[in-house]
Design a protein around this ligand. Structure first.
Ligand SMILES: Cc1ncc(COP(=O)(O)O)c(C=O)c1O
Length: 376
């Protein structure tokens, strides 16, 4: 099967012949992995729940895990889900990869559309499904907001949006998301929003909306054709816990649940118990938001860039992203990710992605070095 190299592999190849300055330690602003310690109560719950290793985990997930996720969706978005409207997943990556294969299996000429640039799993899922791909190009000109013509929408069996967006940090309003829901009903395609970054926001009065809220707004309270995925990885600084969910259309989820039984990626019981504790707690998430708020205050001060509505990425415009990445590594021992490694059809050219996942002090040190480099 013809999978693309992962962006980090391309980066290693790009930098293979470049000798970094020995004046500085390596700073990697490449990976979207929070560098904050996973909260103590989460670690302690995991330690306390090891006796349950004796049990096989059920694919459907423990009721208390589902309830904690339902509680999160209700507290955060004011949407009350039923137990048959949500399935816990092993992080979202596995579901993003296998859901399209499940959903497109019966289609003769499957077509999938997703935002471009993108989290690379979407493309892998499209290839594994032998689907034709329509790239929803996100550019400065369209404010990085997803749009397709009716002609293109007619062809779609599945559309994956990703708002708040990795890597552009763009957001769509509830009304904009609601117009996508209407299109999903009109043209009868499955619409997913990958909402992994929904909790990394900065303004309590301007929080990212969920596609579930948008679906209700669009007059589709049963979430027909509508699904969201969310993850604990970024919100709880716990990517190792591998907890996510898919929620929405109960009819689709019923069949997907059957499929998942065969996939066999049920999360171990101690991880499910621990994830339930983490989903139920919103306080630690506020603590992390404050850390990212401070990071963006530093970025504003040093680079003059405004904080986005959500995510921990800066999508920085540069002249030549490959040259910029190589020279920055050579002169300052800093790694960033060229935007063109995250996009296709020329999208992402002229940008680098910078992940602000360290604490404010480290962020200040590395962004000062980066600014020195930019100022030459
Ligand atoms: C847009 C997006 N979706 C999904 C994921 C996967 O996260 P996880 O599998 O940890 O839930 C990531 C991780 O970086 C991401 O950036």
């Amino acid at each position: 099967m013809n999978f693309e190299k992962y962006p980090f592999e391309k980066l290693n190849e790009l930098l293979a012949d470049v000798t970094p300055s020995s004046e500085y330690e390596l700073s990697a602003l490449t990976i979207g992995e929070p560098k904050f310690e996973t909260p103590d109560f989460i670690q302690q719950t995991l330690k306390d729940s090891t006796p349950t290793l004796q049990k096989y985990p059920a694919s459907a997930g423990l009721p208390e895990l589902k309830e904690s996720m339902i509680n999160f969706v209700n507290t955060r978005f004011g949407v009350k889900l039923e137990m048959n409207q949500i399935i816990p997943t092993f992080g979202t990556r596995e579901a993003l990869f296998n859901f399209p294969q499940f959903a497109l299996f019966d289609k003769e000429n499957p077509t999938i559309a997703f935002t471009n640039p993108f989290y690379q799993i979407y493309e892998g899922a499209a290839r594994a499904s032998r689907a034709e791909v329509i790239h929803i190009n996100l550019t400065k000109e369209n404010n990085f907001k997803a749009q397709l013509s009716d002609e293109e929408l007619k062809k779609c069996d599945l559309v994956i949006l990703n708002y708040p967006n990795n890597p552009t940090s763009a957001e769509m309003t509830k009304e904009e998301l609601a117009s996508w829901v209407k299109k999903a009903l009109e043209f009868d395609f499955i619409l997913i929003n990958d909402e992994c970054y929904s909790e990394i926001y900065f303004d309590e009065n301007d929080k990212p909306s969920s596609l579930l809220e948008a679906s209700i707004e669009a007059g589709n309270p049963e979430f027909k054709n509508v699904l969201v995925m969310n993850s604990i990885s970024k919100r709880s600084s716990a990517p190792g816990l591998r907890s996510g969910f898919i929620a929405g259309d109960a009819q689709i989820l019923k069949d997907y649940m059957k499929y998942r039984t065969y996939v066999g990626c049920a999360s171990p019981v101690p991880l499910q118990i621990t994830a339930a504790a983490a989903w139920n707690d919103q306080e630690h998430v506020e603590y992390f938001r404050e850390q990212y708020r401070q990071n963006f205050a530093v970025a504003k001060e040093i680079l003059g860039v405004d904080a986005p509505q959500a995510t921990f990425y800066i999508w920085l415009e540069v002249e030549d992203e490959l040259e910029f990445t190589k020279e920055l590594y050579k002169q300052k021992h800093i790694k960033v990710l060229p935007g063109s490694f995250l996009g296709r059809e020329g999208i992402g050219k002229g940008y680098v992605r910078i992940a602000l996942v360290e604490n404010a002090q480290k962020t200040k040190e590395v962004l000062t070095r980066l600014k020195d480099f930019i100022d030459g």
